[in-house]
Every structure is written in structure tokens, then in C-alpha cells.
Write a protein that binds this ligand. Structure first.
Ligand code: ADP
Length: 278
């Protein structure tokens, strides 16, 4: 046990069936991330209450629940993004590959390289496409020649290379929202992370762009562990392998998505999924 304080239904689409089937490959693995009896307080407010959760590698885990239940707080714990919030206090533990990330000697830059985050609103830097994607690898010491290769690979991974290879000097901020969000995902991939945390990554996008980003995530999970916060239950059903349902800071139920959406074991999950609250 550690203690840490800082100052600062229906028919399932084919993509889901495919993603659930591929889960069979991951069930024997050690968890990529784990929380053990995790509590988090913002001052006196108890925002996470005894959350114990194991996250499988190379799968998409969706965190669902009504607004304010602690989804963003939980996902931010995985790369210690809450550390900078004044008055945050944590007890319990969070492990990455079996090692505590709240132990004394954690290099936060290294942690955030391994566990990257994409936010609700695309937030590229006010720089060119190239400089956005090269930013992280350059900080981590990649040389110029290798940088070009890394930028190309990261843009290709999000389906942007062909569209932007002749416009690498364009400002990322001039691109449409979907491309901006892809740039943000490329920016993460460029530092070769292991875990992608996504906090409502499609909430600022139209339905067509959302569907394309969802397809991208299903492709990326072959190589990365993805944890996505979503208020959109259909999105969880479409793309995730595992669904975690939270309510008032507690983890109510976690399990294979198909099971959570059809055979809930807790009545609160059933009530939420059938739209009776939230
Ligand atoms: P969700 O992502 O499910 O909407 P959040 O994790 O954002 O929920 O918030 C969980 C609870 O913690 C909410 O009651 C919210 O008001 C509170 N909260 C979130 N961030 C802070 C903060 N920086 N300071 C104080 N309370 C916060």
C-alpha cells in the first residue's frame, strides 16, 4: 500500500465482434495497467473510491458512466496527469507492467512517453505538421535523419501521410478537426508509447470523422493498449473489448463489452445502459 500526496444492445457491429474475438489472445497476458484499492481526493472531495481494475494489453478498454463519476480522473491517474492539481491526494497503488508508477523514483517524462494522452479537443501545437510530430522524438534525442523517418511512420499510422506529405510545413491549426486529432495521435505515436489514454477523443468531431477515428483505434490496438473515456455508450459498444462502468467515484462493474451490454451483473449497470439515468 502506498500513499501519495501532491501539491500542486442490440446488434453488435462486425468491428466489435472482431475486436472481442481478438481478446482471446490477450486474456492470458499480465495486465498492462492495474489499480489497487485506488482512492483519490480533490481536497475533501472523494473522487475515486477503492477502484481496483486490471487493464489488458493490446485491447481497447472503455470507461463509461454519467458525467462527474470519475472517468477522466481515473484515466489521468495512469500517467499522473492529476499531479499538477493542487490538493490532490491518492492512496492505493497504480502499476504499469507490474511496477508502481507512484513510487518515489519515477521519471515523469519517461512515464508520459510510455503512457500518452489524447484529449477531447484536438490540441496540436501552433507549429507545422512536421514540427508537431517531431516534437516528442526530438526531446527524446532522435537525430535529424531518424526524425524524418519517425514523422513519416507516425503520420502513416494515422492515415495522414498520403494527404499531408507534400504539406508538412502547413500549420497544424489550419487543418480540419479530424486531421488535427489525427496529428495529436501521430504526435503520441512518434515517441513510441505503449499505452494510449483517450479522454473523449471524438466528442468534438462529426459522426463521419468519429467513425473514421474509431476505425483507426481498432487498428491501433493490435500494437497498443488503449483506454478510452466515453460518454457515448454506442461508441463503447462499437469499439471496446472491455467496458468499465463507473458511478459516483466507484467502479461498479468491468467485463467483456458484449457481456456488460447484454448480461449486466449489477442492476445499476443495467439501469444506466438502458438509459434510465445519466
Ligand atoms: P467524469 O470524467 O466522469 O465527468 P471527472 O473525473 O471529471 O468525471 O470528475 C469527477 C468528480 O471530481 C466530479 O465531481 C468533478 O466535479 C470533480 N473534479 C474533477 N476535477 C476536479 C478538480 N480539479 N478539483 C476539484 N474537483 C474536481
Amino acid at each position: 500500500m502506498m500513499y501519495h500526496e501532491t501539491t500542486g444492445a442490440g446488434e453488435f457491429p462486425a468491428a466489435l465482434t472482431e475486436s472481442v474475438n481478438s481478446l482471446a489472445d490477450t486474456t492470458l497476458n499480465e495486465p498492462k495497467l492495474e489499480t489497487r484499492d485506488l482512492h483519490l481526493w480533490y481536497g475533501n472531495f472523494h473522487a475515486l473510491i477503492g477502484v481496483s481494475l486490471a487493464i489488458q494489453p493490446r485491447a481497447i478498454t472503455a470507461i463509461i458512466g454519467p458525467s462527474g463519476c470519475g472517468k477522466s480522473t481515473l484515466v489521468r491517474v495512469f500517467n499522473r496527469m492529476n499531479d499538477s492539481i493542487r490538493g490532490v491526494r491518492i492512496s492505493g497503488d497504480v502499476l504499469l507492467d507490474g511496477h508502481s508508477i507512484y513510487g518515489g523514483r519515477i521519471d515523469l517524462r519517461q512515464l508520459r512517453k510510455r503512457v500518452g494522452m489524447v484529449f477531447q479537443r484536438p490540441n496540436p501545437f501552433p507549429l507545422s505538421v512536421y514540427e508537431n510530430v517531431a516534437y516528442g522524438p526530438r526531446i527524446h534525442g532522435l537525430s535529424r535523419g531518424d526524425l524524418d523517418e519517425r514523422v513519416e511512420k507516425a503520420l502513416a499510422q494515422t492515415g495522414l501521410w498520403d494527404a499531408l506529405k507534400d504539406r508538412l510545413e502547413t500549420s497544424a491549426l489550419s487543418l480540419p478537426p479530424e486531421q488535427q486529432q489525427r496529428i495529436c495521435i501521430s504526435r503520441l505515436l512518434a515517441v513510441e508509447p505503449e499505452v494510449l489514454l483517450m479522454d473523449e477523443p471524438t466528442s468534438a468531431l462529426d459522426p463521419i470523422a468519429t467513425a473514421r477515428i474509431e476505425e483507426l483505434l481498432i487498428g491501433l490496438k493490435k500494437s497498443y493498449t488503449i483506454v478510452i473515456v466515453t460518454h457515448n455508450m454506442q461508441q463503447a459498444a462499437r469499439i471496446s473489448d472491455i467496458t468499465v462502468f463507473m458511478l459516483l467515484g466507484e467502479l461498479v462493474e468491468a467485463g467483456e463489452t458484449q457481456t456488460i451490454f447484454t448480461l449486466q451483473s449489477d442492476p445499476r449497470t443495467e439501469q444506466y445502459i438502458s438509459g434510465r439515468f445519466g
